[in-house]
Design a protein around this ligand. Structure first.
Ligand code: SF4
Length: 370
């Protein structure tokens, strides 16, 4: 089954590390934007009428910053225009500085059954340095409102002045309030963001320090019962994100809204990042796609291997053979031999050993052929 992604590009303020499509000064356009998103969903529906979808992911930006009635209409539009499975995983991203009990009640009422909460760190000083709008206390208020729900918490490592204690506390607070899933990402200082200056000034932890923080975080997460299933994603048993697993399995998905990407029938395409251009296209009944690439068969094989190697399960050798009619072991014999010390190899699968997953890029590069 395939997935649906919807991008909500509004936030209260821009975090210092953010290079996502999010426009804090344009929140007044939310109603017009959502009207365009519903229209884009309707426009795309005929070509996807034979598809079944089992995930809907509402991301951003900050979906929880806009009026909850728009989210309710969005879920209704997804159900109206697409074959959305009755047991679909429906996720919304939330910033703790933008939630209320009534919002969460409505989300649940319309069928949202998974919540992704951005904590990033439990340290208020570090939160403020990142330009986050919320405090630890606001996070706690938010997750108390989610008691009994299936929710994930995002935390970050690699922050300026961050200690192992900070990381420990961030994980502990997420676990204490019942997170079923934790994503632990290393900060990437993107060129053009304010935090890039910190990076240029040498104020961020170096790669060895970040690797140490990651290993520490993995150990802590494991102690608290969170198993790693992808390099940055950890969960309690059976609580993997179905939506993201579909990405890593090279599944199909359709994206709506500014900057949203899609992968349908071996074509990858991306919408414009420009809000005005998005409005103009949709209002004139045109798609807002700015980039479209057909993936050749050798590229499909590369993508499959690259994505699978990110996961703890690794490459399913039999599935590879079924999909591409080739033997994975023969095709990649040279790369497997070169990286033998870093891999777990069995007749069923080839996976990167746990201790090398964080440096997977240097291994994966040997597997790319196209
Ligand atoms: S809340 Fe997320 S999308 Fe919004 S500015 Fe911060 S990092 Fe970017």
């Amino acid at each position: 089954m395939a997935g649906i992604y919807v991008h909500i590009p509004f936030c209260k303020q821009k975090c210092r590390y953010c290079d996502f499509a999010s426009f804090p000064d344009k929140i007044g356009l939310a109603e017009s934007y959502m009207t365009c998103v519903y229209r884009e969903m309707a426009m795309r529906a005929p070509e996807l009428k034979d598809y079944s979808f089992d995930t809907l992911y509402i991301g951003g930006g900050t979906p929880s910053v806009i009026d909850e009635s728009y989210i309710a209409m969005l879920v209704a539009a997804a159900k109206k225009y697409y074959n959305l499975d009755k047991n679909a995983e429906i996720t919304i991203e939330m910033n703790p500085g933008t939630v209320s009990a009534s919002k969460i009640d409505l989300y649940k009422k319309v069928g949202i059954n998974r919540f992704s909460v951005g904590l990033q760190t439990a340290n208020d000083k570090l939160l403020s340095d990142l330009g986050r709008i919320h405090t630890l206390n606001q996070f706690i208020t938010c997750v108390k409102l989610l008691k009994g729900c299936n929710f994930s918490v995002d935390i970050m490592i690699g922050l300026k002045g961050q200690s192992l204690d900070d990381i420990s506390q961030s994980i502990e607070v997420a676990a204490l309030y019942g997170a079923s899933h934790i994503s632990m990402y290393a900060l990437t200082p993107e060129d053009g963001t304010p935090i890039y200056t910190d990076y240029l000034n040498g104020e961020l932890p170096d790669s060895d320090e970040v690797a140490e923080q990651y290993a520490f975080g993995v150990k802590k997460l494991k102690e608290l019962g969170y198993e790693r299933y992808e390099v940055s994603n950890f969960c309690k048993k059976g609580k993997e994100s179905r939506h993201n697993l579909n990405y890593w399995r090279r599944g199909e998905y359709i994206g709506f809204g500014v900057s949203a990407s899609s992968h349908i029938k071996n074509v990858r395409f991306t919408n414009t990042f420009d809000l005005d251009e998005y409005f103009k296209c949709i209002i004139s009944n045109h798609f807002a796609v700015i980039d479209r690439t057909e993936i050749t068969v050798p590229e499909q094989r590369d993508e499959y291997v690259m994505l699978a190697m990110r996961t703890a399960a690794g490459v399913d050798v039999h599935e590879y053979e079924k999909l591409f009619g080739l033997s994975f072991m023969q095709e990649y014999a040279a790369a497997i031999a070169k990286n033998r010390d870093y891999l777990d190899i069995s007749p069923e699968c080839v996976r990167i050993k746990d201790e090398y997953l964080f440096v997977q890029n240097t291994i994966i590069i040997d597997f790319l052929k196209a």
